[in-house]
Design a protein around this ligand. Structure first.
Ligand code: AHM
Ligand code: MG
Length: 339
């Protein structure tokens, strides 16, 4: 049972934070609440997925040519509906839609924000009951208020993010977000449907002993990554090596574990996919913002993720993310073995 004396709910927390900005009118507060509400609905249906006929392929492919599953479609609909109804957001870019969804109604056109979202990341893990997540990023629009949002509103570098977060649907469901003043994590109390502050001021440990990478791609990796993997596997007590290898294959789950335990996640470019797999707008940038706010670092091996200027909605980027010292070490290998 929830003890009101001992918990801070997500809504209370967001409202408290808003009062730190005297000119804020509550739009971002409402937007974050809309996302949290949709996440609770998605959470309910993910939990029920084993019971009802909601698993399995929807029969369509998303614009990256990957098979969409029913829950991806469902999650996308939930977030689109919540954000459209909330009227603070004038457009969404989603992994599941080729083009932006611009909200052309009299309320949303006045919305100051746009949202880039991966509604259900790691969805190939659903039938194995492995943790999956939602990742989102919020920007202030650059186009004029009074019309639906435009592509240019989405194609902003990550340093312009106003807020970013993820929801992890795991053994418990958590929402972790930042508005640029630290990172806070909230755990869903399913008995009352409330996110409760459980992880205040989240910070990466200064260094760690976990490395997360899909080593099945080893032969396609650049030389710098191959040498870095060798470094991770060598013995050196001063740097906690050999590291432990942990890879779930769900970005949110891999990132979240590494944030708590201390570890680096790498999805580099390969000879077959030079820009890697992960999408800059709604996968790399949001976790990069969180990582930096948690004292960590996010790069593409050479450059800061959040300074990359996106050219297209669904473009990909290599991602190296984790405690600063670990990411810098991996970057050192990339520079040393640059091909
Ligand atoms: P998705 O958006 O199609 O679910 O793909 C993204 C996922 C990430 O969660 C994860 O980090 C990565 O794909 C794993 O890829 P791989 O199976 O190539 O290791
Ligand atoms: Mg994804």
């Amino acid at each position: 049972m929830v003890n009101r004396k001992r918990i801070t709910t997500l809504t209370e927390f967001i409202v408290q934070r808003q009062s730190e900005y005297p000119h804020a009118k509550g739009a971002l507060t409402r937007l974050l609440n809309d996302i949290a509400t949709a996440a609770k609905i998605v959470n309910r249906d993910i939990n029920a997925a084993g019971l009802v006929d909601i698993l399995g392929y929807e029969g369509k492919e998303n614009i990256q040519g990957e098979a969409q599953k029913k829950l991806d479609v469902f999650a996308n609909e939930q977030f689109v509906t919540a954000l459209k109804g909330g009227a603070e957001c004038c457009a969404i870019a989603s992994e599941e839609n080729e083009k932006i969804i611009s909200f052309n109604n009299e309320f949303s056109e006045l919305g100051k924000y746009v949202v880039a979202i991966d509604p259900l990341d790691g969805s190939s893990n659903i039938e194995a009951n492995v943790s999956i997540g939602t990742i989102f990023s919020i920007y202030r629009r650059v186009s004029e208020v009074g019309e639906g949002g435009k592509v240019e509103d989405m194609l902003q570098p990550g340093i312009n993010q106003v807020a970013a977060g993820y929801v992890i649907y795991g053994s418990s469901t958590m929402l972790v977000y930042t508005t640029g003043k630290g990172v806070n994590g909230f755990t869903l109390d399913p008995s009352v449907g409330i996110f409760c502050l459980s992880h205040p001021d989240m910070m990466f440990p200064e260094t760690g002993s976990v490395y997360s990478i899909n080593e099945g791609n080893y032969i396609y990796f650049p030389q710098g990554i191959k040498q870095y993997i060798k470094y991770c596997q060598e013995s050196d007590k001063n740097t906690l090596r050999p590291y432990t290898s942990r890879y779930i294959g769900s970005l949110v789950a891999d990132f979240h574990r590494n944030l708590i335990r201390g570890g680096i996640f790498l999805y580099p470019g390969t000879t077959t996919k030079p820009s890697g797999k992960l999408r800059l707008l709604y996968e790399c940038n949001p976790v990069a913002f969180i990582a930096e706010q948690a004292g960590g670092k996010a790069s593409d091996g050479f450059n800061r993720i959040m300074e990359k200027q996106p050219k297209t909605l669904h473009e990909r980027s290599p991602l190296f993310i984790g405690p600063k010292s670990m990411v810098e070490k991996a970057e050192e290998f990339m520079r040393q073995y640059k091909e």
